[in-house]
Design a protein around this ligand. Structure first.
Ligand code: ATP
Length: 250
């Protein structure tokens, strides 16, 4: 396991990562949460980010998706610099964020939430039916409660809807913020299964922030640990399988 922030993967030269952030400075009201923070997400990789509450994990995901401004540093997608990331530009580039807390509107039916999703990501009308069919193939359980209001659904069902909405843009990269929150362990496993299957099939890149480390590690290729805005450890899931190792970090 490495204590330094960069794990040097054996990569072919010219083989750019899907996403690379270098020396990021990001914060709120002039106070940095991340300072000189660098991270790389490879093609066809699930990277799990763990760490204490308040370590800056959600802040990182939001910055990578353009929801909060990057004050310093660079962000590149497949080797190309992104001058000013915005949610719209990042979504067009193939990235989707599934925020913490699901973010579904309780008064809307699942069908309405999906229509809103199409509107938000600008999917042409002619493509919408095929995309919806595809999402239903990936997450078939959604069909069962498609006409129900989101507020009447269980936590796990709402999480499915949130993921389904993110998939409407057929992203190449998912940023998942604590998908296990409020879910029983079995429901979380039910959610992770389709995510990993989809990732493998489409060779997607996934950055998952998760407190349920045990389950998240099962679907991860690489693990990073954050503390107070800094990367303190990096390794493979096997290297973190030992619980005592994790306890030392927390
Ligand atoms: N909108 C905001 N305005 C001001 N400060 C914020 C805001 N959002 C987060 N912070 C602060 O930034 C720091 C990092 O928060 P962040 O949510 O990124 O941590 P986290 O690692 O995702 O934690 P958790 O596991 O609790 O979600 C915390 O000190 C938090 O209080």
């Amino acid at each position: 396991m490495s204590n330094v922030p960069h794990l040097n993967h054996a990569r072919k030269s010219g083989d750019e990562p899907f996403l690379e952030a270098k020396n990021l400075r990001v914060g709120y009201g002039g106070r940095p949460v991340l300072n000189d923070f660098s991270v790389r997400l490879e093609h066809n990789e699930v990277l799990c980010l763990i760490g204490h509450n308040g370590a800056g994990k959600s802040t990182l995901l939001k910055a990578l998706f353009g929801l909060i401004p990057v004050e310093q540093g660079t962000l590149a997608l497949e080797g190309r610099l992104v001058a000013k990331p915005t949610p719209k530009s990042m979504n067009s580039a193939g990235i989707a964020l599934v925020p913490e807390g699901r973010g579904v509107f309780p008064g809307l039916t699942v069908a309405e939430i999906m229509r809103l999703g199409f509107w938000a990501n600008g999917t042409p009308k002619g493509e919408q039916a095929a995309r919806l069919d595809w999402v239903m193939d990936v997450l078939p359980m959604i069909k069962k409660f498609y006409q129900q209001r989101a507020g009447t659904l269980s936590g796990g069902q709402q999480q499915m809807v949130s993921l389904g909405r993110a998939l409407l843009s057929q992203p190449r990269c998912l940023l998942l913020d604590e998908p296990s929150i409020g879910l029983a362990p079995k429901l979380f496993q039910d959610l992770l299964g389709p995510i990993r299957a989809l990732q493998k099939e489409r060779k997607m890149s996934i950055l998952i922030v998760e407190q349920n480390v045990k389950e998240a590690l099962k679907i991860s290729d690489r693990v990073m640990v954050m503390k107070s805005g800094e990367l303190i450890k990096e390794g493979t899931p096997d290297e973190f399988a030992d619980n005592t190792q994790l306890m030392e970090l927390y």
